[in-house]
Every structure is written in C-alpha cells, then in structure tokens.
Design a protein around this ligand. Structure first.
Ligand SMILES: Nc1ncnc2c1ncn2[C@@H]1O[C@H](COP(=O)(O)OP(=O)(O)OP(=O)(O)O)[C@@H](O)[C@H]1O
Ligand SMILES: [Mg+2]
Ligand SMILES: [Zn+2]
Length: 511
C-alpha cells in the first residue's frame, strides 16, 4: 500500500515542502530511505523502528521504501522521523484514521526510541513557510510549540508522544490548538540601561548618533573606562523592532538551535559579543553542516567586537564583505546559502598595547613603534566600515561619585526613534534603511551643506588630508547629526562634530 505525508525541509533560512511517500510491498524485508537523505535522516530508520514497536504496533517484515521528494534537494537533520512513522503506520494498514485530512497538514519532529516527540531546530521558518504554501495545520514537537505559534496563517499543534498524535487523528482525544503568539515589542527587564553609566558625555552622545543613523562605532580607551558597559547598552537605545525584523532575527536563532524554549519570538534586538579567539567560521558562519555565524545571530541587532586588535586578520577579513552586503553567502556543493546579517557593529580597543596611552595620570610603557603596529592591526578593511571613532577616557572621581542617575535608555530611545522616522520619510522610495547605508549617489543628493560648512569641509580636507572615502563618511555622520537637530541642510557645527569622530584617521595622518 502506498501513501503520502507532508513535511517541510530546511535549506539555510528557507523552508520548503517535502512529501514523504511510503511503499510497502512483498519481497526481501528491508527498510530503505531514499531521496538524498544525510546521515541524520538515515539514522531515522532505527529511531522510527523502535518508536513504532514501543507504541504498540508490529513493524512490518516486508520491503519498505520511504522516498523523500523532491529528490534533488539534500534532506538534513532528524525532523522527518515523525512523518516517516505516520506514513509507515498507514501504509502497513495498522492505522486507519478515516476522517483525518492529511492533505492540509504538516508533520515534523524527531522521535525518541520510546515514541516521544523531541524538539527540532528551525521550526519558525518551517511553520511560516507551511502557512505560505497553503497548509492549514502544523504538528510540531510540544517544546517547539510556542516558537511555531509566532507564524501567522497556520494552526499549530504541539505533540508530546506518538500515541497522543494518533489519538488526535482518530478523534479520540484532541490536542488543543496552541494559542497564537501576540507580538509586542518589549525590552528585556534585565537589559542594561544607560542610566547607570556615569559621566562619559561625549561617548554617550556618540552612541546616540550611532544608534540614530545606524553607524558602526569604535570605542577607544584605557582599561576600565566603561567601553564594554557602553557597548552592552546599545540595543537598549536602538529603535523598536518591527514584527518583520523580529521574525527574521528569530528564524536565524531558530535554525541555530539557540532559541530559548519559552521564547517564540525575539522581542528585543540581539546583542552578540564573540570572543576574540573565535574562528573565522564561527564569526561568519559555515561548516560541514552549515550554521549561521555570530554576525548573522546579531542580525537586526548589535555585533560587539571587544579588544578589536586581538582578533586575527583572517577573522576581520571574513567579516568585511558581510558587513558591507548585509548578508553572508556560504557556498556548498548543492548551491549557495544566504544568511542575512544587517547589523550595527560596535568595536572596542585600548589606545595602545599597555592600555594607558594618553591617560591623564598613568604612564604608557609602549614605544611609538609598538603603538603604530598595534593600531595598524585594525587599519584597512574593517576600519573603513566604521563611521564613528570615539575616545572613552577614564571616568573622573566627580562623575563616578555623583549619585544623580544619568539619562535613561528609554529617554534616549525616544529621540532615536524620531530621527529614524525622519530617515524613513527621506528614503521612503528607496531601499535605504538609514543614513549609514547611503550610497555615493544618495550622499550627493541628500547631504547639502551650508556655505560655511562647505568652506569648513574644504579646509578639513586640505589640512587633515582626508581621503574620498573619509569624505563620504563625514557627510553621512553629519547628515545624522543634522537630522537630530531637525535641519535639512548640514551646517558647520554638524560637520565639525562629525570631524571629531574621525580620531584614528587623524592619528594615522600624524604618523
Ligand atoms: N562611566 C562609568 N559609570 C559607572 N561605572 C563605570 C563607568 N566606567 C566603568 N565603570 C565600572 O567599571 C567596570 C569596568 O568597566 P568596563 O568593563 O566597561 O570597562 P572597559 O573599558 O570595557 O575595560 P577593558 O578595556 O578592561 O575591557 C564596570 O563594570 C563598571 O562597574
Ligand atoms: Mg571591556
Ligand atoms: Zn601603552
């Protein structure tokens, strides 16, 4: 007897329908799975066989062929266990749910040997795509139920055991439909807040500008001055995440298998801070079984590279293109995978190897040569992508002992949201999300200067020896600062402030 059950496969971030066909006929007893399965799918045979018996059925001693179609796409992971088992039960004639409509249902889940349904990675993209393909119901492992419930257009049922699912299909005991997840942007309660950063007015201002225009930022300062503190707080002042952004970010966490069980949808922007020893693969993604890297896990949020000069050249090099393109391309035999990575980059570093160059009270022990060498490690490719450099000096006693709380993240975020609104209106008929993403053409169009500012730019260009690239970056940051003042035309004060945020360019120029 032959029958067909629907499931979904995953390729990178994309899910697609898979049909599971099962044929049982007389012949030499065997159990074969065909249709480009990987080893995890092949191991499915043993799990399905045990779960089958342990649910109280007799495993057919016939010639069993299970085909996963379409046959030209490689099937990965253990998520086909459950649909394979159902297909087998029906084909063997041991289970006859007469009133159940299989054509509108998707089944996914790994099985334990005793017939429990175990969670799998990537349920959110699967549930979304199942709905898009016209399926009405999806049966998922119970522990994936909350995550799947963020998908619109599909009913979600969480399954704990095979027997429970069979009872549901026979109409004996029904499984409750999972409640729909209502998306509400919220900040994590324990998210670090700007209200407990003392002093550091210049750095706080620079962080606000970075958040307002989506600019990448580099914090430079001695140990303990609060660089990590500032970086950790960036997500708390970024604009609210839209439902679409939340879905995109969650999908990546879902396929990476790091979404907490009770979190159907990320509601605050991700913050990822990989250690400087992280391999290029861990940062950008890839591997034999491809996984999104840190940069994609930070999609729609913040990637923080602390101690930037300690990262290997290779690591920084692999990040360059993705930061530019907003997506990582991973080549595989079967085609190219795309993982999105639209991120804000925050980097931190000491001004020199010992950390105290330029410190008001402590002496730096480094020679000018070691300092130049140290700085040159971050020069070039990655530095080119960072619009704002800001010095974070040690906090003085007055600031640290002042007990009045500083301005809170919520207050800053209100202003950031306003400035993002101005940008959304400016770019409404383009695909530019914010100022930092302007192209050279956009810059010419959207960054008019007052006469004063033009003169200042000319002088800065000649005396600081700025490159054409630095010129574009200055204009982008000035655009954001002018937007914060609600000014259409960039004035000299805006430009002057932007020039201050080119610290490293100036340092190089002096050497
Ligand atoms: N501006 C500040 N306001 C309040 N506390 C601060 C401030 N700066 C530093 N601190 C305190 O000092 C600690 C160290 O700060 P942080 O880790 O951010 O320094 P850092 O600049 O990242 O240092 P390193 O270069 O060693 O990584 C913080 O946990 C905080 O308690
Ligand atoms: Mg630090
Ligand atoms: Zn030093």
């Amino acid at each position: 007897m032959f029958n067909e059950i629907h499931s979904m496969g995953l390729y990178g971030l994309n899910a697609y329908p898979i049909s599971i066909e099962c044929d049982i006929c007389t012949g030499v007893p065997c159990f074969e799975i065909v249709g480009l399965p990987d080893t995890a799918v092949k191991e499915s045979r043993n799990r399905v066989r045990s779960a089958f018996k342990n649910t109280g059925f007799e495993f057919p001693s016939s010639h069993i062929t299970v085909n996963l179609a379409p046959g030209n796409i490689r099937k990965e992971g253990p998520l086909y266990d459950l649909p394979i088992l159902i297909a087998l039960l029906i084909s063997s004639g041991q289970f006859v749910p007469e009133h159940f409509n299989f054509n509108e249902c998707i089944f996914t889940g790994e099985l334990s040997l005793t017939g429990e349904v175990r969670p799998v990675n990537g349920i959110l993209p699967i549930a979304i795509e199942a709905g898009n393909n016209g399926f009405k119901k999806i049966f998922v492992p119970y522990n994936n139920c909350k995550e799947a419930s963020a998908a619109e257009n599909i009913e979600v049922y969480g399954v704990q055991t095979v027997s429970q699912l069979l009872d549901h299909m026979m109409g004996i005991t029904l499984i409750d439909k999972a409640p729909k997840f209502e998306f509400k942007q919220s900040l994590q309660i324990d998210m670090p807040d700007f209200c407990n950063v003392r002093g550091q007015l210049e750095a706080r201002r620079a962080m606000e500008i970075a958040a307002a225009g989506g600019h990448n930022i580099l914090l430079i300062g001695p140990p303990g001055s609060g660089k990590s503190m500032l970086a950790n707080r960036l997500p708390s002042i970024l604009p609210d995440m839209t439902f679409h952004e939340a879905i995109e970010a969650t999908k990546i966490h879902s396929i990476a298998g790091i979404l907490p069980k009770d979190t159907p949808l990320l509601t605050s922007r991700p913050f990822r801070a990989p250690h400087h020893t992280a391999s290029p693969g861990a940062l950008a993604g890839g591997g034999i079984v491809p996984r999104p890297g840190e940069i994609s896990l930070a999609h729609n949020g913040v990637l923080f590279l602390d101690e930037l000069p300690e990262f290997s050249r290779n690591s920084l090099e692999v990040l360059r293109q993705p930061i530019e393109d907003g997506c990582v391309k991973i080549s595989r035999v079967s085609g190219t995978l795309n993982y999105p990575c639209s991120i804000m980059l925050v980097c931190a570093m000491n001004p020199c190897p010992c950390g105290y160059y330029g410190h008001p009270t402590r002496r730096c022990k480094c020679s000018s040569r070691t300092i130049t060498n140290y700085l040159s490690r971050v020069s070039g490719p990655l530095l080119d992508r960072i619009d704002i450099h800001v010095e974070v000096p040690p906090v003085d006693y007055e600031a640290i002992s002042d007990s009045t709380p500083s301005e809170s993240s919520a207050q800053i975020r209100k202003r950031v949201n306003k400035v993002r609104q101005i940008q959304a209106e400016r770019f409404h008929d383009t695909n530019i999300p914010y100022n930092a993403r302007m192209t050279a053409d956009n810059i010419r169009k959207y960054c008019p200067l007052t006469d004063d500012a033009k003169t200042l730019m000319k002088n800065a260009f000649e005396t600081l020896g700025l490159s054409a690239r630095a010129y574009d970056r200055l204009l982008k940051v000035s655009r954001t600062i002018a937007d914060m003042d609600n000014e259409d035309v960039i004035g000299s004060a805006h430009l002057l402030e932007a020039i201050q945020y080119r610290g490293l360019d100036r340092k190089y120029w002096m050497d």
